[in-house]
Design a protein around this ligand. Structure first.
Ligand code: ZN
Length: 282
């Protein structure tokens, strides 16, 4: 199953066409894209059996994040060996570094992003998990049953803000408006051939800068959820960024930052793509 947020309304995406959930369910499920996660298993059962009307074509630019207003956004750093090495950090052994991207940074999948003046703005393609069932002290073997689905995220990062001062400011440097594009749709794990092995790829102006597979994660999705939920309950609709592979601008020689006019395209196999164009602050 595939769901999306089309002009702030929850839709099922069937063969690339959008079916409005509130209309198709006769009002049983709300149009609010975030509210569905509080009734996730009930919604899944309904969607699996419902006789759906034909869908409508839509413009991807009208999509919002499939989880637009989560109660918590949790992001893991240094979760691929090659990225930890390029960033100059030791590998995490029991828990990756964890930070948040504040919820005001969330956007849909096709956007224009304003570059902070004087900043060094960088890209980080990431697999994003959305929680479907509250997870607290969940073992890795049971973690997938708490996942609503997977989607594509960009952990856009302004490195000057992130790294200046006496200790790094991961959350702040990664939370400018538009720095957390998510989408285009949310795909349930059963709809993917192998949800633990998805190809990720990101390009700047058509040039490939990141390419990896989620099977290279140090903490796989279930391992990451087990470790996070050993500390904090993960709530329905929460968003988890799982970390980025090598190839970010910070790790290059010479370093490279996004500039006005650049186009960033981030793709995950079986899910879809994000498309960001960067502009100078007027
Ligand atoms: Zn990241």
């Amino acid at each position: 199953m595939r769901i999306a947020n089309l002009s702030d309304r929850l839709v099922l995406v069937v063969d690339g066409l959008a079916v409005d959930v509130e209309e198709a369910s006769g009002g049983r499920f709300s149009a609010d894209p975030q509210a569905v996660y509080d009734r996730w298993n009930e919604f899944r059962q309904w969607a699996a059996r419902a006789a759906l009307p034909g869908g409508n074509r839509f413009d991807p630019a009208r999509l919002g994040s499939p989880a637009p207003t989560p109660r918590q956004v949790v992001a893991a750093g240094l979760n691929y060996r090659d990225h930890a090495a390029e960033a100059g950090f030791a590998l995490p052994e029991t828990m990756p570094p964890v930070f948040t991207k504040f919820a005001t940074s969330i956007s849909g999948p096709v956007t224009e992003v304003t570059l902070p003046p004087g900043g060094h703005t960088d890209w980080e393609i990431e697999l994003v998990v959305v929680i479907g069932v509250r997870a607290h002290r969940v073992p890795a073997g049971d973690a997938w049953s708490h996942v609503a689905g997977l989607t594509v995220g960009q952990d856009i990062s302004e490195r000057v803000t992130q790294l200046e001062g006496p200790s790094p400011q991961f959350s702040l440097g990664k939370s400018f408006p538009g720095f957390a594009p998510i989408g285009p749709s949310l795909v349930t794990p059963d709809a993917l051939d192998d949800p633990d092995d998805l190809g990720l790829r990101c390009t700047v102006n058509g040039e490939e800068v990141q390419k990896s597979r989620t099977s290279d994660l140090i903490f796989s999705v279930p391992e990451l959820l087990a470790r996070l939920s050993s500390v904090m309950p993960l709530l329905p609709g929460d968003v988890v960024f799982t970390g980025t592979p090598a190839g970010v601008g910070l790790g290059r020689d010479p370093q490279r930052w996004l500039a006005p006019g650049d186009e960033l395209v981030s793709t995950i196999e079986g899910i879809g793509e994000l498309r960001q164009r960067f502009v100078a602050q007027p």
